[in-house]
Ligand binder design. Structure first.
Ligand code: SAH
Ligand code: DHB
Ligand code: MG
Length: 227
């Protein structure tokens, strides 16, 4: 029997480069946010450009005026999200590391978004009760911090949103490790509990999408808050 080898497939990262050059090209502020984050030795774990553009589009589709982000890093996803806001919109982003927050503050100011974005430094679970006490209601929540706390962040997200709001949870696949029910790794147990929370909560309708691309194999979950 003659063997017919499979034609070589392009690498997902090469396809991601093609798609992002075409549909999510970096401008000066986005490029500088990444290069200054790298120069400051922040981990290279921002969302990809195509995923940043998706966050931006979800916010616009929702008509979001108030956005909450949990996990700022250097502010790259923050810039994508804040650019979706109308003139009177605002975004609160929660970051544990003062060093990350400092880099993000400069990146956000260079993008001209310092009047729109408020960075609160500290463990998100310490900041969230204050955010709730202030009476904020968010149209979109992006959860992208320590994965072990994702069930807690989802619980807060439900309390801080209203019917019609959108909740996005990043990094829910982690090279496929998410299906390891016996895992004792905190990011996996946290993510699995978060997905179970999405499945069980009567006010949430959710799905999860696997992704490949510039940052490897991962995924995100999207939930719609209903009555
Ligand atoms: N959303 C960013 C990437 C965030 S990386 C982007 O796509 O551009 C995760 C961030 O969460 C890191 O900066 C980390 O310091 C922060 N973090 C980790 N634990 C946290 C906690 N308990 N509270 C708030 N932020 C936390
Ligand atoms: C990690 C965290 C993230 O938010 C991400 O997008 C990728 C990786 C991490 O902690 O390894
Ligand atoms: Mg992430």
């Amino acid at each position: 029997m003659t063997s017919h080898p499979e034609p070589q497939q392009p690498a997902p990262a090469a396809v991601d480069a093609y798609l992002s050059d075409l549909l999510a090209p970096a401008d000066e502020a986005l490029a500088a946010a990444l290069s200054d984050s790298e120069a400051a030795d922040l981990p290279s774990i921002s969302v990809t450009a195509t995923n940043g553009k998706l966050l931006h589009l979800l916010a616009r589709i929702r008509g979001a005026r108030r956005i909450l982000e949990i996990g700022t890093l250097g502010g790259y996803s923050t810039i994508w999200l804040a650019r979706a806001l109308p003139a009177d919109g605002s975004l609160i982003t929660l970051e544990y590391s003062p060093r990350h927050a400092e880099v993000a503050r400069a990146n956000i100011a260079r993008a001209g978004l310092d009047k729109v974005v408020e960075i609160r430094v500290g463990a998100a679970l310490d900041s969230l009760p204050q955010v709730a006490d202030e009476g904020h209601v968010f149209d979109l929540v992006f959860i992208d911090a320590d994965k072990v706390n994702n069930p807690n962040y989802l619980d807060w997200a439900v309390r801080l949103t209203r019917p019609g709001s959108v909740i996005v949870v990043d990094n829910v696949v982690r090279d496929g490790r998410v299906i390891d029910a016996g895992s004792t790794q905190p990011d996996i147990t946290g993510t699995r509990a978060a997905l179970q929370f999405l499945a069980d909560h009567p006010k949430l309708e959710a799905t999860a999408i696997q992704t490949v691309g510039a940052k490897g194999y991962d995924g995100f979950a999207v939930a719609y808050v209903q009555e």
